[in-house]
Design a protein around this ligand. Structure first.
Ligand SMILES: *Cc1c(COP(=O)(O)O)cnc(C)c1O
Length: 250
């Protein structure tokens, strides 16, 4: 797959736009249905459209269809798309959902993202400092490794208490600790996935009680497992491939 063009936007072909609109509607409907089954209100769950697979034109078109929250895993793609989209009149709420290097933080913060992936002391220090410098408060979630797979990113569950103890209380002026993010393990079966999401919610509850923090956001669930995540209290589902079904180059 070649690198998507993130340097400019142009209108989609009508057939592509139609397909994208259908995909978006089907995701919105399925999220609403999952909420209904769990007795939750659909307004409690924010769909973050993960646009890492597609170019700036497709990203802009998705925003135009009403997907107001967009997520990218690479900061340099996020800021490039943010610049291009904003000059075309699109100003979504951006979400940084992938690993973040400290040397990318300053430029990223210009776009006022929600960061889902705080996972180490150095990164917290950097976001605190750069947010202060830019006179902004940055909403941040802590990424937790709920799959138990050592190759996966995020803090081990058992280290999260200590991480918040050491970082969370002192830094509340420029970094707003808003919740937790997690990804299920790929090989897990369905009940396993649900248990992993439940563990993130329980950890969140524990942190709130222990530290008197308000951590309303639970970013969990992707194209393949958002129903289970919604059942366990997700407030942000990160949906990528389902939105671009039939639209991605392979
Ligand atoms: C790619 C990605 C997603 C979206 O995954 P899909 O399975 O394509 O919906 C969600 N979260 C993160 C962190 C990702 O990197």
């Amino acid at each position: 797959m070649s690198e998507p063009n993130v340097k400019s936007t142009s209108p989609l072909l009508p057939s592509q736009h139609e397909r994208l609109a259908e995909n978006w509607k089907s995701v919105v409907d399925d999220v609403a249905e999952a909420c209904r089954r769990e007795g939750r209100d659909a307004s409690e769950v924010c769909i973050v459209g993960v646009t890492k697979y597609v170019d700036a034109s497709m990203t802009a078109a998705l925003h135009g269809l009403g997907c107001h929250h967009l997520g990218e895993n690479r900061p340099q793609v996020l800021w490039k798309k943010a610049e291009v989209l904003s000059s075309a009149g699109h100003t979504p709420q951006w979400h940084q959902i992938g690993q973040l290097q400290t040397n990318k933080v300053r430029r990223l913060l210009r776009h006022r993202p929600i960061i889902h992936t705080l996972d180490r002391d150095k990164l917290v220090e950097c976001v605190v400092e750069e947010s202060g410098r830019a006179c902004v408060t940055t909403p941040c979630m802590i990424e937790v490794n709920i799959s138990g797979d050592e190759n996966k990113s995020g803090l081990p569950i058992e280290s999260t208490m200590m991480f918040v103890h050491e970082n969370g209380l002192a830094n509340r002026s420029t970094v707003q600790w808003t919740g937790l993010m997690g990804m299920s393990g790929r090989q897990s079966d369905n009940s396993d996935v649900r248990a992993q999401f439940a563990s993130l919610r329980q950890l969140r509850d524990q942190l709130q009680t222990e530290f008197g923090l308000s951590l309303p956001m639970l970013s969990m669930g992707m194209s393949g497992d958002f129903q289970a995540a919604i059942a366990e209290g997700a407030t942000h589902v990160r949906i990528g491939s389902r939105l671009f079904d039939g639209l991605m180059p392979n």
